[in-house]
Design a protein around this ligand. Structure first.
Ligand SMILES: Cc1cc2nc3c(=O)[nH]c(=O)nc-3n(C[C@H](O)[C@H](O)[C@H](O)COP(=O)(O)OP(=O)(O)OC[C@H]3O[C@@H](n4cnc5c(N)ncnc54)[C@H](O)[C@@H]3O)c2cc1C
Length: 319
């Protein structure tokens, strides 16, 4: 089963989530004895990583029209590479771009798509994967029985490890229909100049336990030391202590960092829905019975106003 992995780049760098997708796709190919192909659109200064992580061949499209995030064009290009190379399975890392590509791609390839996938396929049962559903509140096992598959994975679906392969870069010019590039992005407003919450490796999040916006320096100081993004619970943004784009949870941003700090956050189901695919969750809460401790990897029972300055100072000291 040959596999194609779509490598998304940002600021001319292949995203870490795409390297996870590459490892995921490499695992599928290893099980089935197929080839590992990758596709990158535009320049990526770290393109050699594709070979380091197991891509045998990397197709590269250099066409400035793809600077527009046109899902139809991307889907057609991915489908074209797939069809020309006998690919059965396409793997993408979940993002706002791939969210709009996945269904179109499945339609073009006449494939079955599974989105929000959080596990490698269980080949002993065919092609059974676990999906995160109901905005992270539950999991579903699905078996993809069609020969062509499109799998969109969430962050942390697989452990990242290197495996050297040729990584031969081959220019590719896709055949595109007249439907491609029929949407034009007029403007792009960046919500924050800091670390992007949805992509962050580390998130420091505060809840109503922080008592008011005047205390947020405790959160931002620690975030700065860790190079982390800052988040908050819904009531915090509803109270305008923090901007709405920092609100994490079912009705806000879903995050999948390696490390999530929940400070003064009770752990309501709607908040947990947005953090459940974090690798490690550290909860700081003065109530030992707070529900957040049920989902936390590590818990500190105590007053955030005492703990955060000490933790920040200790982190600074080891830098
Ligand atoms: C339809 C719907 C959608 C929702 N969507 C979301 C969502 O997307 N995201 C979200 O976050 N919520 C959402 N909510 C709200 C959610 O149900 C909770 O009300 C909310 O998450 C609680 O926020 P909190 O934990 O900050 O506040 P609280 O529930 O008030 O908890 C504060 C916590 O801080 C602790 N604390 C207090 N003082 C200290 C201290 N000094 N040091 C340490 N700990 C302290 C307390 O023990 C407590 O556990 C939604 C609700 C509904 C009905």
């Amino acid at each position: 089963m040959s596999v194609l992995i779509f490598l998304e780049s940002a600021d001319s760098q292949i995203k870490k989530s795409s390297l996870e997708a590459l490892v995921y796709g490499r695992n599928i190919a290893a099980q089935s004895g197929g080839s590992v192909f990758a596709l990158v659109v535009g320049e990526a200064s770290n393109l050699s990583l594709a070979g380091n992580f197991g891509a045998q061949k990397v197709f590269q499209i250099k066409d400035s029209r793809f600077d527009q995030p046109d899902a139809q064009a991307f889907a057609e290009a991915i489908a074209d590479v797939s069809n020309q190379n006998g690919v059965n399975t396409v793997v993408l890392a979940k993002s706002s771009l791939t969210d709009s590509i996945t269904a179109k791609l499945a339609f073009i390839l006449q494939a079955t798509a599974a989105t929000n996938v959080v596990s490698l396929p269980d080949f002993s049962k065919g092609f059974e994967v676990k999906r995160s559903i109901f905005t992270g509140k539950a999991f579903e096992l699905v078996n993809i029985t069609s020969s062509k598959k499109v799998v969109s994975i969430k962050k942390n679906a697989v452990e990242v490890s290197e495996a050297q392969a040729a990584g031969e870069v081959v220019p590719f010019t896709p055949n595109l229909s007249s439907k491609a590039f029929s949407i034009k992005s007029i403007s792009n407003e960046k919500t924050t100049g800091e670390v992007l919450l949805s992509d962050a490796e580390i998130v420091v999040s505060g809840g109503r336990g922080l008592k008011g916006p005047e205390n947020w320096g405790l959160i931002t100081d620690m975030a700065k030391v860790l190079g982390a993004a800052t988040g908050c619970s819904k009531p915090v943004s509803d109270l305008h202590w923090r901007p709405h784009h920092e609100h994490v949870g079912q009705t806000g941003i879903k995050v999948s960092p390696n490390l999530y700090f929940a400070v003064g956050i009770s752990g309501a189901i709607q908040h947990v829905a947005g953090i459940s695919s974090s690798k490690v969750i550290v909860a700081i809460n003065k109530d030992a019975d707070a529900p957040i401790f049920k989902v936390a990897t590590y818990g500190i029972v105590g007053d955030a106003f005492e703990i955060l300055p000490k933790l920040t100072a200790a982190l600074k000291a080891v830098q």
